[in-house]
Design a binder for this molecule. Structure first.
Ligand code: DGL
Length: 266
């Protein structure tokens, strides 16, 4: 039986969705969580919608077995390709993440926004729909961050390959006079220090992590599903279907007793 004490579930094609998970456990420090890193099947961004749906079903079924009360799809590619399907198929509430082009459209002065995301996200119908709601005088410069997820998954966050790929993708956008850069993939917030050193301080970097955490809280509150037991000691269980080193490295600065990282073929 799902109850207020049931965990919040998360899934991503890999370790990147922990950028969202971190925001959620910070805003909701009383909640248990279960996080799935489907690293064996990363990247999702180069897969067909049918393949992404099949993987999202597999992840959802695992989280349902763990008795989750809500599922955060901590992946732009999975959200933009599958959330409508998942919401129809399952009763459990889903929170999705989409590239924050709407907030970027509100602050741009040059009327040129850059977005770095996967091919799967940029080609999705949902992204097209959201882009169509943006004022017509605003230009969106889309760039596929091909290879970035693979480098992060491979533990090469700070590497020469990463710097050259980022420069290759960001320099043309800088030349196009963007003043806001939307990070449309949950792996990319881990690249912010390097992105800043390339784009400088004049270009605002925008990601959706905090907004997703606020939305998760709002939905749980609305459904009366927040964990209100003040004495509760929250537990966090992370599962990865590959070697866990990269995941553990990304979590090293989190000061929390009850974090368990399991290698598991879910
Ligand atoms: N973190 C996923 C996203 O937000 C990465 C997608 C991929 O695996 O290509 O889109």
């Amino acid at each position: 039986m799902k109850s207020n004490n049931s965990p919040i579930g998360f899934f991503d094609s890999g370790v990147g969705g922990t950028s969202i998970w971190k925001e959620v456990i910070t805003l909701l420090p009383n909640e248990d969580t279960v996080y799935l890193s489907d690293s064996k099947n990363a990247p999702y961004g180069e897969k067909s919608t049918e393949e992404i749906i099949a993987l999202s079903i597999k992840n959802t079924e695992f989280l349902l077995k763990k008795n989750c009360k809500i599922i955060v799809v901590a992946c732009n590619t999975a959200t933009t390709n599958t959330i409508t399907y998942l919401r129809k198929k399952y009763k459990i509430p889903f929170i999705g993440i989409e590239p924050a082009i709407k907030p970027a459209a509100l602050i741009t002065k040059t009327n040129i926004i850059g977005i770095l995301a996967t091919k799967g996200t940029l080609n999705s119908t949902l992204f097209e729909k959201t882009s169509n709601t943006i004022r017509k005088d605003i230009k969106i410069k889309e760039t596929v961050g091909k290879g970035l997820v693979e480098l992060i998954e491979g533990g090469k966050l700070n590497s020469k390959e990463m710097t050259s790929l980022l420069s290759l993708y960001l320099e043309p956008m800088i030349a196009d006079n963007i003043d806001s850069l939307v990070l449309g993939c949950t792996h990319y917030p881990y690249l912010i220090p390097q992105i800043k050193s390339i784009v400088g301080s004049k270009i605002k970097i925008i990601d959706s992590g905090e907004a997703v955490a606020r939305q998760t809280k709002a939905v749980l509150k609305q459904l009366n599903l927040l964990n209100i037991d003040a004495k509760h000691q929250p537990k966090h269980k992370l599962y990865i279907n590959k070697d866990k080193t990269t995941l553990e490295n990304l979590l090293h600065n989190i000061n929390h007793k009850n974090i368990e990282v399991n290698e598991s073929d879910f």
